[in-house]
Design a protein around this ligand. Structure first.
Ligand code: ADP
Length: 502
């Protein structure tokens, strides 16, 4: 049994109340994702297109000042934001767990991960520099300046509501840009809490503006952000469909784009893999955010020689380690999916796969644990809980093989020849993450070169940290976040030529 808490601590409640919108004007409700039938936990402002125009105006004005702040001052402000995040880490973890439906253990890790990008970008902000070139002739001197690109629009999803904002905003602010952030409609409170802490730390209020909007208003706010010529870059994380729409929408003003879109990550287990390591890496990568991460392994390809051992160990691990429940309850490792539509998709993927010959090994749409949690009269009535589910013998034409499942559904197929596995792995329009497990160094190296992905994990399921660039190839996106060049996405290069008088 897990201990029941389900309520925020007094300090988390105070932070939530501070950022909730109590004044007049249009508002929309925010729910506890694990208790969809309960009263909303807060209301926040529902921004309109006109509000977006005002925010852009404020951002453009603030840019005129922030761009000329010394790098040291910008770095200090970021460091202050990092310190305040760490001081409020538990409050942020609780608020995020509540609105995103994630387990507290998961959101505590997210707070540390999210804060690491701010710390990282504070250091980079001090180091950004141009270049003095060797001259092209005796009478000329040439140099390269790095300048902030301008006000940046940031649109983020609900699955990592803290980290997707800090990763983008700290790089933009560090580069000297200002930001207007539209967070996901399901998780606006995490965003507003981050904004409040940043302002407390001395980041000017107009340099980092959070514009919360309901799903109904997302498109009008998005249109203003994409089409206003004063916004010079868009950094977006979300679905491929919305990303493509925003890409088109930014064409008329030729904005710089950074797009982190959907994935369809392969996870390959070679015949000489350490099966225990492979299972641990797979479950770590897959179960984060309740299976709702763009880097989550979507297609598991296992060498036939180790297939049965792998499945047995995977099922045992899931059984022994996953505890479903309300994210704020002690001991819970996995909350519900984000909404009922996500659960319907999960059920549809399983019935489609089994109708095409796949075998359901554990979990599934009728899992009694998930049912008991969300059944009539229960505390979490109506919450879209699903249990980790394993299906094997999945054919390539199954929908769960072709689309991003965004749920704890492990779709597995066996393979005989390694090249066959690479061909299957690359047979997708997505190219975000890919994973490969083997004890053989040469085989691992070949895998790194053959896999079409922006991020590759070898015997490892945790593949994103502040030190390394993150982003996809093919239709998974454009640009890279984090890593040594994190600020580059938000900098323009100005080439300068001096002619000397003789
Ligand atoms: P998900 O399926 O993860 O919700 P979406 O791509 O639908 O991913 O949403 C990611 C972000 O994009 C959210 O902040 C959402 O409100 C926003 N969004 C969705 N549609 C639009 C749109 N037409 N214009 C601008 N933003 C949008």
């Amino acid at each position: 049994m897990t201990a029941v808490r389900r309520a925020l601590s007094p300090s988390a409640r105070a932070l939530l109340e501070r950022v909730s919108h109590t004044a007049g004007g249009p508002r929309f409700p925010v729910h506890d994702a694990a208790r969809p039938l309960a009263a909303p936990i807060a209301h926040v402002k529902d921004a309109s297109g006109a509000d977006a125009v005002v925010a852009i105006h404020r951002s453009a004005d603030a840019f005129a000042t922030w761009r000329h702040e010394s790098p040291a001052r910008r770095a200090e402000a970021l460091s202050g934001w990092h310190a305040r995040m760490m001081a409020s880490a538990e409050d942020l973890a609780q608020i995020t767990a509540l609105e995103a439906g994630k387990a507290l253990a998961d959101t505590r890790r997210e707070v540390a991960y999210a804060a690491s990008f701010i710390d990282w970008c504070a250091a980079l902000a001090r180091q950004t520099a141009g270049e003095v070139l060797l001259p092209s002739s005796r009478d000329h001197r040439q140099l390269v300046l790095k300048e902030p690109i301008g006000p940046v629009a940031v649109i983020t999803p609900w699955n990592f509501p803290l980290a997707m904002i800090t990763r983008k905003v700290s790089a933009a602010l560090g580069a000297g840009c200002t930001t207007v952030v539209k967070p996901a409609e399901t998780t606006p409170l995490s965003a507003l809490a981050l904004e409040a802490l940043a302002h407390d730390a001395g980041i000017p209020s107009d340099a980092f503006i959070v514009l919360t909007a309901s799903r109904a208003n997302a498109a009008v706010v998005g249109t203003e952000l994409c089409q206003d010529p004063r916004i010079r870059a868009l950094s977006f994380t979300g679905s491929t469909a919305v990303g493509k729409h925003l890409y088109r929408s930014c064409a008329d003003t030729v904005k710089k784009l950074e797009l982190e879109l959907g994935g369809n990550a392969p996870f390959i287990v070679a015949r000489d893999a350490d099966v225990d390591v492979a299972v641990a890496s797979l479950t770590a990568a897959k179960l984060r955010a309740n299976g709702q991460a763009c880097v989550a392994p979507n297609r598991v390809l296992v060498a036939r020689e180790v297939h049965d051992e792998f499945i047995a160990k995977l099922v045992r691990t899931l059984d022994e380690t996953v505890v479903l429940g309300h994210g704020l309850d002690d001991g819970v490792t996995m909350g519900p999916l984000i909404d009922a539509a996500a659960r319907e998709k999960f059920v549809g993927f399983i019935s489609d796969a089994t109708s095409k010959g796949a075998k359901l090994v554990c979990g599934g749409p009728d899992d009694p644990r998930a049912r008991a949690l969300s059944g009539a009269g229960s505390e979490c009535e109506g919450a879209p809980f699903v249990a980790p589910t394993v299906v094997t013998d999945v054919p390539p034409h199954a929908r769960c093989w072709q689309e991003e499942v965004f749920s704890p559904l492990f779709s597995v197929a066996a393979f005989d020849v390694e090249d066959e596995a690479f061909a299957m792995a690359n047979d997708t329009t997505a190219g975000l993450a890919a994973y490969f497990c083997s004890r053989d160094l040469s085989r691992c190296w070949r895998a790194v070169e053959k896999l079409e992905a922006g991020v590759v994990g070898i015997n490892e399921g945790a593949i994103s940290t502040c030190v390394q660039p993150f982003g996809g190839v093919k239709e998974s996106g454009l640009g890279r976040e984090a890593g040594p060049h994190a600020l580059e996405e938000f900098l323009e290069t100005k080439s300068v030529t001096f002619r000397l008088s003789s």
